[in-house]
Design a protein around this ligand. Sequence first.
Ligand code: ZN
Length: 146
Amino acid sequence: MTGYLPQPDRDSAPWWERLAERRFAVQECCSCGALRFPPRAFCAACRTEEWRWREVAPEGTVESWIVSRQPFVPGRRDPYLVVMVRLAAVPGCLVYGNWRAPRPPVPWEPVTGEYVEVAAGVTLLNWAPAGDGSGPGTGAAAGTAP
Ligand SMILES: [Zn+2]
């Protein structure tokens, strides 16, 4: 692969390791049970530092997206879509990823995560339409880019 790879830090490294095993998880506070993403050292709700992983389905809805027309990623075919997905299992969490469909997303479209290994031991979570890919019934808007 040509391009930039994730640069895991202290808090996110275990998450990237799990993702390489095709397991998607968010953090769960051991004190108050709050779920959070992206990984952080402590709970924003109660400030407790103890946490555990909670595996959740990589499913959600498209909250927004951008069309990148700038060559930020060497070797990447432009333009490409990056979507912001609100997790179904954790509505307070937003996850970003590449869009994997031959058409633009539709607002609030149900999506499913797809694990894509981009280098040895490095996996990304991309997003594609859930189900048959027909979207939430707003076919007229499906061909409209933001
Ligand atoms: Zn907490």
